[in-house]
Design a protein around this ligand. Structure first.
Ligand SMILES: Nc1ncnc2c1ncn2[C@@H]1O[C@H](COP(=O)(O)OP(=O)(O)OP(=O)(O)O)[C@@H](O)[C@H]1O
Ligand SMILES: O=c1[nH]c(=O)c2[nH+]cn([C@@H]3O[C@H](COP(=O)(O)O)[C@@H](O)[C@H]3O)c2[nH]1
Ligand SMILES: NC(=O)CC[C@H](N)C(=O)O
Ligand SMILES: [Mg+2]
Length: 509
């Protein structure tokens, strides 16, 4: 399928956005660090060079050999990429005299250039660079300028190599997506055929081919990723898929029973395993967030291993891992800091002796939801807020006891049900309650109380990487607070978290 787009990552903060824009054009793409160019380029139809925090003039500037790419595949070089081609091919790159961060306008655009089809002069672009291209490389032809940057875009005569100083991938480059489409479709000839339906057909046939009559065990979490992975696998291997949904004792109120029932109605061969006691025992006395995550991750693997042994001849363990985890674990500068010390990212221990299959490994979250919709998965399930694998364990600050879990399940249930009743659930990307290790004085009737404090958190986000708190209606907050304090014994105070990410994280631990 020679239609892929190769994105070479030079470490830009916007590289993932390039991939998102390309995928939104229904064109498949993959990100590779600039120092790991695939040897076999036969599956690729075009290449995009990303931006970078490095300067081409520096000793340690990324300097990959592009001889197998340039002149052989169409290239779009963005920012650092454009400077790189100029600097190392007879052009000149120098520190720019003026600051070039933020909006600029293309005051001049060369006529009849396919890259700028349907893009008018004065088009707004987003600049983010301190070096600038003073002289074009050999055979360079200038395509566009801004008031401050003469060489804002160029191409190299005699090859399909294009270079732009600005960032078409960001929202503020108002014709950025048009430029990417011009390059990918009109110049490179890629087909816009990478649709959810095409992905399902291709993935199901690949899974059939790869797994054959082997057996697969998959952990279901009640979340979107593992559910979509399960339905894809079920389409491919049917009865050879064994799903396990573990009650780790840290789920939301009634969630284990309701989600298990939902899975059974989807025709999945799923076994519910109540391991609540094992998890709570493993967590006894632990307060450090990472220690809690490790204990949960290890217990998950033990439970899985026990269950997998119940199924004769299991060959594969399936995971709901998705692309953001993959990209962040192999960044430009080598393996990045562990994203989540959580069982599904850190790989499997040797004793499990299972091969891993991750059908969603190359998808972004919104693409997982689109594939889920294509598979006919219930939209309420697809629309569920993300819920962390360690569940309520990272929403009870301090040590975990069954009583604290009970309290938080009740509080959380009132909050989430309230969001649904007030038609606010879908307006919020993620919401939850946190049990604080704080007691405060209250007065109820004529009695003094000294009970626990809970925090409510509701954020809007697109990918969980950044988020803002949601301005929920005062009437809703007032009603919810009253209901919680009146109904949940042990709580006499409710607070609302008004912290964005950054600087705060979505979860409190
Ligand atoms: N309670 C559980 N029982 C069995 N497997 C689980 C459970 N929780 C998590 N897992 C496994 O770990 C993986 C990652 O966990 P995670 O909490 O991210 O769930 P997810 O299915 O990816 O849902 P989400 O959409 O919330 O990310 C899941 O894909 C699943 O394979
Ligand atoms: O599966 C998970 N295991 C974890 O250990 C974990 N920690 C945070 N999260 C979720 O990740 C997103 C970002 O959360 P933070 O801003 O708190 O890092 C939010 O959606 C969080 O709910 C986790 N998910
Ligand atoms: N966004 C970029 O790629 C910037 C390129 C280079 N670091 C500069 O500042 O000019
Ligand atoms: Mg997930």
């Amino acid at each position: 399928m020679q239609n892929n787009v190769l994105i070479l990552d030079f470490g830009s903060q916007y590289t993932q956005l390039i991939a998102r824009r390309v995928r939104e054009l229904n064109i498949y793409c993959e990100i590779y660090p600039y120092h790991k160019i695939p040897e076999d380029l036969s599956g690729f139809k075009a290449v995009i060079l990303s931006g970078s925090p490095f300067s081409v003039r520096a000793e340690d500037a990324p300097h990959p050999d592009l001889s197998q790419i340039r002149g052989k595949l169409p290239v779009l070089a963005v920012c650092y990429g454009a400077q790189y081609l100029a600097h190392f091919n007879g052009g000149k790159v120098e520190p720019s005299g003026t600051r070039e961060y933020g909006r600029a306008n293309l005051t001049v655009i060369k006529d009849a250039e396919m890259l700028f089809d349907e893009i008018k002069e004065n088009s707004q672009v987003w600049m983010s660079h301190s070096d600038t291209i003073m002289e074009l490389p050999e055979n360079g032809v200038r395509l566009a300028s801004t008031t401050d940057v003469l060489n804002a875009a160029y191409r190299i005569e005699g090859e399909d190599t294009y270079a732009i100083q600005f960032h078409p991938e960001v929202y503020h480059s108002t014709d950025g997506k048009q430029l990417l489409e011009n390059f990918l479709v009109k110049i490179a000839g890629t087909e816009q055929s990478w649709t959810p339906g095409a992905f399902v057909d291709l993935t199901v046939s690949e899974l059939k081919e790869k797994i054959g009559d082997d057996k697969v065990v998959l952990g279901l979490s009640g979340g979107v990723d593992s559910t979509v992975a399960a339905v894809l696998l079920h389409k491919a291997i049917g009865k050879n898929l064994y799903c396990i949904f573990v009650n780790n004792g840290l789920l939301r109120k009634n969630e284990f029973e309701s989600v298990l029932d939902q899975y059974k109605h989807m025709g999945l061969n799923v076994k519910g395993v109540d391991a609540s006691d094992r998890f709570l025992d493993a967590l006894k006395g632990l307060s450090d967030p990472e220690a809690k995550r490790k204990a949960i991750g290890n217990t998950f693997i033990e439970v899985f291993d026990d269950e997998a042994h119940e199924i004769t001849d299991v060959t594969y363990l399936a995971q709901g891992t998705i692309y953001p985890d993959v990209i962040e674990s192999v960044s430009v500068n080598g393996p990045s800091v562990t994203i989540k010390s959580h069982h599904n990212v850190g790989g499997l221990p040797d004793f499990m002796k299972l091969k891993v299959v991750e059908p969603l490994r190359m998808l972004f979250k919104d693409e997982v939801r689109r594939v889920g919709k294509e598979l006919g998965i219930d939209k309420e399930l697809l629309g569920r807020h993300p819920f962390p694998g360690p569940g309520l364990a990272i929403r009870i600050l301090g040590d975990i006891t069954a009583e604290k879990v009970r309290i938080l399940q009740e509080v959380d249930h009132i909050f989430i049900q309230g969001l649904r009743d007030w038609m606010l659930y879908d307006k919020v990307w993620q919401a939850g309650a946190i049990l604080l290790p704080v007691q405060s004085v209250g007065v109820m009737g004529d009695e003094r109380t000294y009970e626990q404090v809970v925090a409510l958190r509701a954020v809007e986000s697109t990918d969980g990487m950044t988020a803002d708190w949601v301005n929920l209606p005062y009437e809703f907050l007032q009603k919810t607070s009253n209901t919680i304090i009146n109904r949940v014994k042990g709580v006499n105070r409710v607070v609302y978290d008004i912290s964005s990410k950054p600087p705060a994280t979505i979860e409190w631990e």
